[in-house]
Design a protein. Structure first.
Length: 256
């Protein structure tokens, strides 16, 4: 089994196109294979709308791309459905439009003016009118887990000692502590994002590919063959093996 994976995009269409070029170059040498995007398409970056358009158009054109749902993607969808509806996993004192979360940048990419600084009812009405129904449907129908060969992909991770078919979406989109602290095998190698690091890191039982594009870092693309992992770079493949973990960023996105 060979597959590619792309980390948390967060509205950075330019970075997404760059890593897809790296993937295309690797495929030219090794052959075509599926590409899995681990979620968080939107928020914080400048062009969330462009990211969604790009992915939808690629899939419609027949690209073998899988796009998983991230917690930010669900917050976006939930806001459009009902801005008063609470998002499980997000602190009760925050909202999707809070500056720490980045929803305002997403709505700005759809043409809204100052969505974080105006009455919520007006912003919601404008957002519903501005965001195409096709984008809403796309996000709503994204899967939250994708097993493939000896690997399983999920945005945030999986709950340890729980069968894949019994995982729940709230965990797949938001989990941290019990997943990040688990040292035993999960069975399949888990490829995930959600928890921003300075660089992609292999922990033996899981690989975190969120290299903090949301905060000015790079966007990571990897290739997996069996359980072996390489990071894609302009110079080619770089082995990504179990190593000293990259440090967590000083700012950790707020969650429950």
């Amino acid at each position: 089994m060979r597959a590619y994976a792309v980390g948390d995009i967060h509205g950075h269409l330019d970075l997404l196109k760059e890593v897809h070029a790296l993937i295309a170059a690797d495929m030219a040498q090794h052959g075509a294979a599926p590409v899995v995007h681990v979620g968080d398409l939107v928020d914080r970056g400048p062009d969330s709308r462009g990211v969604i358009d790009y992915l939808m158009q690629g899939i419609a054109a027949g690209q073998d791309w899988t796009v998983l749902k991230g917690n930010h993607d669900r917050m976006f969808w939930r806001f459009l459905r009902d801005p008063a509806e609470l998002e499980p996993g997000l602190r009760a004192d925050l909202s999707w439009l809070h500056p720490k979360i980045g929803g305002a940048e997403t709505l700005e990419s759809y043409g809204l003016h100052a969505p974080g600084d105006r009455p919520i009812d007006a912003v919601h009405a404008e957002a519903v009118a501005a965001v195409p129904q096709a984008h809403r449907d796309f996000i709503e129908n994204l899967p939250s887990i994708y097993p493939l060969g000896e690997v399983v992909f999920a945005h945030a991770g999986i709950r340890p000692e729980t069968q894949l078919q019994d995982q729940i979406e709230d965990d797949l989109l938001w989990i941290r502590g019990v997943f990040l602290e688990y040292d035993e095998s999960f069975g399949p190698l888990v490829i995930h994002g959600h928890t921003a690091l300075e660089a992609a890191t292999h922990y033996g039982n899981r690989v975190n590919i969120d290299s903090a594009a949301a905060y000015g870092g790079p966007l990571t693309a990897i290739v997996i063959e069996g359980r072996e992992v390489w990071q894609l770079t302009p110079e080619g493949r770089k082995p990504l093996r179990r190593d000293v973990p990259a440090p967590f960023l000083k700012y950790m996105p707020p969650s429950r």
